[in-house]
Design a protein around this ligand. Structure first.
Ligand SMILES: Nc1ncnc2c1ncn2[C@@H]1O[C@H](COP(=O)(O)OP(=O)(O)OP(=O)(O)O)[C@@H](O)[C@H]1O
Length: 613
């Protein structure tokens, strides 16, 4: 379990980064963004026209529309142009029509926003997953899987919510602009003064509360922690129960959830307080304006009516705009974080060439390979040189932690050496296309992962086109056939999370069979039979050796009995090869191998070398 990304200090996230995040959303589907803004402008205009209808209505009511002036004149001209009588009934019908269009456009804006929102969320998820699959193995060592899960599942949802809010803010701003414009036409100075007061208040009230970004950032971090503890508890449920970790995890989970709860309450409290403060101030401003409009601006009755109506509509919208700005600020950390996460993931891609591999690979060679894990604190391999040819069996033995499995990982290209090179038929492997190289190498690891799918799916992961006969043959050699009848649905049995329905030895046998199904040239067996009894282990090894296909086999073993017939055995200690030769040569040399062999011979059968494995 890792405590994912070191949470960046929210203050360190500049406005430029926030704007960059928003710009990226716009650039994702520019035509949608333009459509949303264009429709929002229309909504604002329709709102303004709808409001302006108050003028002709009052004028017609007052003097029957005798000799209209100003804005009323515009309406009269528009009606004349359309050939519609300028009567109260038609004017009211006009308002109805304009408002119907306005609200229909509002629905369209919301619809387009939903498309942008859901589409962008999908885009973030797909991109993150793609980038994760292409990332270096070391990325997962360094960051664990929690961050990825949280980013793909949770952060993307919050990030896309910011988009909906930004669209609402754009629309509301344009509607406010329409009201402001009409009010400005009627009483310019009064409106200018009101605008200054309202906007200043908006800023002051924002500073009275913690920034939305700050609270949002705390919520985002708390979310990551919740996800991380949740995963630790579920993924390691057996160890949790066996080691009695429940209370420790419960405490950690509560602490994470509490942090999330506190930040959420704080956010909602501030949101509500801000909204109410805004509304109070807006109402107070409106009543102040009624007085000023009548006394100072000496507006006509119709003008005053429109002005006040505009103010009544404008004030709550301005306050909702203020609230929206707070919410957007609150959601932006998720957008900024998800983008940063994606950029980091993309920057961590495996770096491979595009050359094809000439199959079959005849010879794989390590020359002066030195390596250390980025998450470790030292050199794991030093000056490792060896070669394995097609048809050969090369073995590595040595104490736990000597670096044997690391050789397997480097051979499969899961990590890159820091020094020296690994080549196949003289070509450094990193020049190959990654897919082609990994098709040539089949690794059976110490703890192979089985997918929660059918046995058949698991057997053919490396070769989806394998025929039934190939699968059956691999199962026979790896002794999967022996327990096939015990599985309720044979090849179609779903194996459960990480093959939970199988014993450790059965899982290993499935892993060996799937490596054999893979049409590879190099097979790496890393303690691949450690959980089988010696008899079964010998049978599996003999079966692999009897195969018609000529693999280069690299075997890693603690049990020396499985490597005595290897063409070359390399003894590793502390990251270096300290002895090499055949079993007979090494026993004769009376070096480290001879001592280890003698020690194993003295122990009861099944004795192993070293502690781990
Ligand atoms: N992903 C990793 N990040 C950091 N250090 C690692 C990682 N994997 C292995 N190591 C370290 O590298 C060293 C060599 O590990 P490796 O698994 O290659 O040894 P091994 O000889 O295969 O051991 P064993 O026989 O126990 O499997 C060990 O000290 C181990 O702690």
């Amino acid at each position: 379990m890792t405590d994912s990304t070191p949470p960046e200090d929210h203050d360190a996230v500049s406005n430029r980064e926030k704007l960059a995040a928003i710009r990226e959303v716009i650039e994702y589907r520019p035509s949608l963004a333009v459509g949303i803004v264009a429709l929002s402008v229309l909504v604002g205009a329709m709102e303004g026209i709808g409001l302006g209808f108050i003028l002709p209505i009052v004028t017609v009511l007052q003097d029957g529309g005798g000799d209209p002036s100003g804005a009323t004149r515009l309406f009269l001209d528009a009606y004349a142009l359309l050939g519609i009588p300028f009567t109260l009934e038609y004017i009211v019908a006009g308002v109805g029509g304009v408002l119907a269009v306005r609200y229909a456009l509002g629905v369209c804006v919301a619809w387009l926003a939903a498309i942008l929102n859901a589409g962008y969320r999908r885009h973030l998820r797909v991109e993150s997953y793609d980038a994760a699959l292409d990332a270096r193995t070391a990325y997962f060592d360094e960051h664990g899987s929690d961050e990825l899960l949280n980013a793909v599942l949770t952060q993307t949802s919050y990030a896309s919510r910011a988009i909906t809010r930004i669209v609402r803010a754009v629309k509301t701003t344009l509607v406010c602009a329409a009201y402001g414009f009409i009010a400005f036409l009627l009483a310019p100075r009064l409106m200018a003064a009101t605008g200054v007061v309202l906007i200043s208040f908006m800023f002051v009230s924002r500073y009275a509360f913690e920034s939305g970004y700050g609270v949002g950032d705390r919520i985002a971090r708390a979310n990551e922690r919740v996800q991380s503890v949740l995963q630790a508890g579920i993924q390691g449920i057996r160890e949790v129960k066996l080691f009695g970790l429940e209370s420790e995890l419960r405490a950690e989970f509560r602490e994470a959830v509490d942090r999330h709860t506190r930040a959420s309450i704080r956010k909602q409290r501030d949101q509500t307080a801000l909204a109410n403060l805004n509304q109070f101030f807006a109402a107070a401003t409106v009543f102040g304006l009624i007085y000023l409009g009548a006394r100072v601006a000496s507006l006509s009755l119709a003008g005053l009516g429109v002005f006040l109506f505009a103010m009544f509509r404008l004030a709550p919208r301005l306050s909702s705009l203020n609230g929206l700005a707070y919410d957007i600020d609150n959601d932006l950390p998720h957008l900024v974080r998800t983008r940063a996460f994606l950029a980091r993931l993309r920057g961590d891609r495996e770096d491979w060439g595009d050359e094809s591999v000439d199959s079959p690979v005849e010879r794989v060679e390590f020359r002066g390979v030195g390596f250390g894990y980025s998450t470790g604190d030292g050199t794991v391999l030093r000056d490792v040189s060896f070669a394995v040819e097609r048809g050969e069996f090369v073995a590595f033995v040595g104490p736990s932690g000597a670096g044997k499995s690391t050789i397997a990982s480097l051979l499969a290209g899961l990590y890159r050496p820091n020094e020296g090179d690994i080549s196949a038929d003289g070509v450094p492997i990193e020049r190959f296309s990654v897919d082609e190289w990994r098709d040539r190498v089949a690794v059976v690891g110490q703890t192979p992962h089985l997918f929660n799918e059918t046995l058949r799916y698991n057997l053919t992961v490396g070769n989806r086109d394998a025929s039934d006969a190939t699968v059956a043959e691999a199962c026979r050699i790896a002794r999967v056939t022996e327990f096939l009848d015990d599985l309720p649905d044979g090849y179609d049995t779903v194996l459960g999370d990480d093959g939970v329905r199988l014993s450790g030895g059965q899982r290993q046998r499935v892993a060996i069979a799937r490596a054999l199904v893979t049409d590879a040239d190099v097979v790496v067996l890393d303690e691949a039979t450690s959980e089988l009894d010696s008899h079964l282990e010998a049978e599996v090894h003999a079966g692999i050796e009897r195969l018609d296909r000529d693999y280069a086999v690299v075997g890693i073993a603690h049990r020396l009995s499985t490597v005595t017939d290897a063409d070359a055995i390399h003894v590793m200690e502390d990251g270096a090869i300290v002895e090499s030769g055949t079993h007979a040569e090494l026993v004769t040399d009376e070096g480290a191998y001879a001592d280890l062999y003698a020690a194993q011979m003295e122990q009861p059968s099944g004795a192993t070398l070293g502690a781990g494995g």
